[in-house]
Design a protein around this ligand. Structure first.
Ligand code: CMP
Length: 139
């Protein structure tokens, strides 16, 4: 079925001018960018977005990184978009990511791993609503 998922191009990628290169990988995988905005995340936005990781040892580092520079928040649409996006992103740890994936191509480390993608359709809806109104999403 056609789904929507939420995507973030992270500060390590915007810093290296990789927004277009990453979008090209997404589009080649059949994902359509139906909403997109470049923002600087506030501490509050990052802490809320990553709330499920609050107790993890890397939480502070994660919030600091995600607020360290511009990010590009996106809504992607396509057939089985959640799984299709996760496949094309590759494993969280770039050392484990398959050839041709965004993280294999571009990620610097498990923390500075260039992209985020929703892990379920339910979380995608929650994450999309955190950054976009329906009027901003043009499918
Ligand atoms: P993301 O998909 O954005 O969701 C949670 C993020 O936590 C994950 O990508 C990683 O970038 C980050 N993360 C996971 N494990 C670690 C770790 N061991 N050290 C630092 N960051 C991590």
């Amino acid at each position: 079925a056609v789904q929507r998922t939420f995507s973030i191009i992270k500060p390590d990628a915007t810093e290296r001018n990789l927004t277009g290169a990453i979008n090209a990988v997404f589009e080649k995988a059949g994902l359509r960018i139906i909403a997109q905005r470049r923002i600087r995340m506030t501490q509050e936005q990052a802490e809320r977005f990553y709330g499920v990781h609050r107790e993890r040892p890397f939480f502070g580092e994660l919030v600091e990184f995600m607020t360290s520079g511009p990010v590009v928040v996106q809504v992607l649409e396509g057939e089985n978009a959640v799984a299709a996006h996760r496949e094309v992103m590759g494993a969280t740890n770039p050392e484990e990511a398959a050839d041709g994936t965004v993280r294999k191509l571009f990620a610097k480390s498990i923390g500075e791993n260039s992209v985020h993608g929703s892990d379920s359709e339910e979380n995608a809806a929650i994450e999309i609503a955190q950054f976009f109104s329906e009027a901003e999403i043009v499918g």
